[in-house]
Design a binder for this molecule. Structure first.
Ligand code: COA
Length: 329
């Protein structure tokens, strides 16, 4: 019997309408379009502005569109995994809120919080559920309302992040396509460089934590930058080598969209021409768990069945990884 693999058989995305430009940011803090474009490569990002709307609302629209566009009934879905660092609430899992909003009841649902590596970790985890036969139609979501976690008084961090959501459907296949290989890594020593100080069990919310602005992303940019380049380069290298891939046989690289300079460094190291490195950071910024599935959603028309794609990411933890996917549709 041939091996069962997990294939990505559908992709959808959702971006909120409101565009937060560098010009608008420049009115809120001491920064400029020139600085942000040169250092990070972001011109604008999306913001979910409506009162009472959360991460699950963006994810639910993406899921509803996926179900509708592919004629799938909610009852057919037997698993929902939501990768996010900006859940609607500490608990319950945002995955179960999304499932309920989409009429999906009774199956497995859970969240994964692995910072910007969420989708990479989620894809490997989801593929194991599908390969084992535990799930037949599993939705893997990357969704973030990062603007709810950003301090608009912190000019080094605020310009980076944006909101958005995307979802992929994973199904079993006996063909030589789907999730082919994955490398997932982490090192908790990096936690001091990228975290949220308060709101967890270590430092529950109090007047003091709010006054000290400790409920926002805390980032030491230079340390994160150095680690991100070095780890994304080494893990992409490793996954290429052990699968006999090279710059010619890779069709596209889908790198986490954190900083254009990080993306360029990884593409350059892999000897990939610019057109093989997918980029949308200028329009959406860093949407954390959503960057890679959003890239997939926007570029899927370019992919052909059997194309070799490399996905790579780095994020809080520190966590990083790379996945080799053979496009299945
Ligand atoms: C955050 C980041 C863009 C900052 O760029 P940098 O080149 O490291 O900049 P620095 O923090 O060294 O700051 C350089 C100067 O720019 C200033 N600066 C910081 N943010 C600024 C802004 N938005 N506008 C204008 N000036 C700014 C700093 O105050 C500093 O000024 P000084 O030299 O007078 O002290 C960069 O470190 C980065 O992208 N890191 C990786 C972050 C990331 O990818 N995070 C996602 C998690 S995966």
């Amino acid at each position: 019997m041939s091996k069962i693999r997990a294939a990505i058989t559908a992709v959808e995305g959702y971006l909120p309408d409101y565009v937060l430009t560098n010009e608008e940011l420049s009115q809120m803090m001491d920064t400029s379009d020139e600085w942000i474009m040169t250092r990070i490569g972001i011109r604008e990002r999306r913001m979910l502005k409506e009162e009472g709307k959360a991460t699950s609302d963006m994810a639910a629209i993406a899921v509803q569109n996926l179900l509708k566009n592919n004629n799938i009934a909610p009852e057919e879905i037997d698993g929902v995994i939501c990768c996010t660092v900006t859940p609607d609430m500490h608990f319950p899992a945002t995955a179960s809120i999304v499932a309920d909003k989409c009429g999906i009841h009774g199956g497995m649902s859970m969240d994964m919080n692995v910072g910007c590596s969420g989708f990479i970790y989620g894809l490997k985890t989801a593929s194991l559920y599908v390969e084992s036969g535990f799930c037949k139609k599993l939705l893997l979501i990357g969704a973030e309302k990062m603007t709810s976690a950003v301090d608009y008084q912190d000019r080094a961090t605020a310009p980076i992040f944006g909101d958005g959501a995307a979802v992929v459907l994973l199904e079993p296949t006996e063909e030589e396509v789907g999730v082919m290989d994955a490398i997932l890594c982490s090192d908790g020593v990096g936690r001091k460089h990228l975290h949220m100080k308060a709101g967890g069990s270590l430092k529950p919310a109090s007047h003091e934590t709010v006054d000290a602005r400790e409920h926002f992303v805390y980032q030491e940019g230079q340390a994160v930058f150095k680690w991100a380049v070095s780890k994304m380069v080494s893990v992409s290298d490793e996954i290429m080598k052990r699968n006999g891939l090279n710059a010619d046989s890779i069709k596209y690289l889908l790198p986490h969209q954190a900083n254009i300079r990080i993306i360029n460094a990884v593409g350059h190291h892999m000897n990939l021409p610019e057109e093989k490195v997918l980029v949308n950071i200028e329009k959406y910024g860093n949407t954390t768990s959503a960057t890679i599935p959003l890239l997939m959603w926007e570029n899927q028309h370019k992919f052909k069945k059997g194309d070799n794609l490399i996905l790579t990411s780095f994020g809080a933890g520190f966590s990083w990884g790379a996945i080799y996917v053979k496009w299945a549709i």
